[in-house]
Write a protein that binds this ligand. Sequence first.
Ligand code: URP
Ligand code: ZN
Length: 457
Amino acid sequence: MSALLFRNAVVATAGRVFTGDVLTGADGRIAAVGEGLDAGDATVVDASGKYLLPGGVDPHTHFDLDVGIARASDDFYTGSVAAACGGTTTIIDHVGFGPPGCGLFHQIEEYHRLARPSVVDYGFHGVLQHVDDGVLADMERLRDREGVTSLKLYLTYDFKLNDADAFRVLRRARELGITVCAHCENDGVVSLLRREMAEAGRTAARHHPLSRPPLTEAEAVGRFLALAAMAGDAKAYIVHLSTRRGLDAIREARVNGQANVMAETCPQYLFLDDSLYDDPKEGLKYIMSPPLRKPADQAALWEGLRREDIDTVGTDHCPFFFKTQKQAGADNFTLCPNGAPGVELRMPLLFSEGFMKGRLSLPHIVRMCCLRPAEIFGVAPQKGDIRPGADADLVLFDPTIEWTVDIDRLHENVDYTPYQGMRLTGAPAATYSRGELVVENGIFKGEAGRGKYLRRK
Ligand code: URP
Ligand code: ZN
């Protein structure tokens, strides 16, 4: 691999923006950052007029997820190609559930096999399906043998944990320095409302958000964070936060002294609202959990980002084909596989609608989309920033490109995007992973399997 000198880029790190140069070495790492750097043997890339950002770190994908009634349509190859085309060079995937009773290693071993074709570097969050002494012991072994330093638990769905088990996990995680991610929805209320709606024939997509009202999230966020506090301030990470009331619960936990509370939201909760469910046919495209919310929730989440009360933007990328897979819910939304695509557009959406529209600074976007996810999940300083010694994972954004989002120009293996028709300013012109050019002008140039598994700290 040849060394590269990015000349005259507008370099955006988590801390500053400046016009200058970035030199990468033949080892795939950043060698120097500065002004007027000597090219030596490096190939010069004229980056004038372009923004050079760290490659994105998406802390929440579901590639190849088996949800029982369907399998997510992006596998680790197509999903990671889409990620790279959108400027994301690291993903941390939430592994799916395994057979009932399986231990923590079962799904990690399965996912090593599934993830082999990945074209970007990747890690896995482990999944907790039940809790017993073996699982609690395996948390340490998984950390030490596999570098899996985060686990996810669900407060809803088939493998939900009760409060006692969630508490046991948090207490053990606190001892081990492991981060516990939580899908927070009140299962009792959601299950009851879904059952009642199905019985009453209220099965159109517009009933989906009504079956998961905002307080189902807020209650579960508050409860999970209280359990984390009782466990001695365990590291607690809220995935896909969607509501103002959930954000209030996060702020309250911090005000009351919890130092290890972290929160993620996703583009769908920032850019889309629940009026999209009103379309009797198209509404199925947005069946996801938690559901899309009201504009007032969107505004609260943007404010949460601005104040950095929300740490990260992940995608919860979990696509299903609209014309086939999503139609399972055509007569009954409860039968529709939950999830939507997003991995390719996270960075372009934030660049265009966050930075170009003046809502957020570029360093702030780098923190939310690159550095904070890398720090929280133990891949910093290797990932998430532009600094000597870090992997040369870089994305060059061209701010002069104006374009309309269209599924035909995306690489996600799915037949729709929730952002169809949005006008965006700025697009990734090139993506580099460990110093290798993997995408140029929307064309993927890397090889299947080039992504490396990340053992995390
Ligand atoms: O609806 C969603 N979010 N699907 C992905 C799986 C999950 O719930 O995280
Ligand atoms: Zn998810």
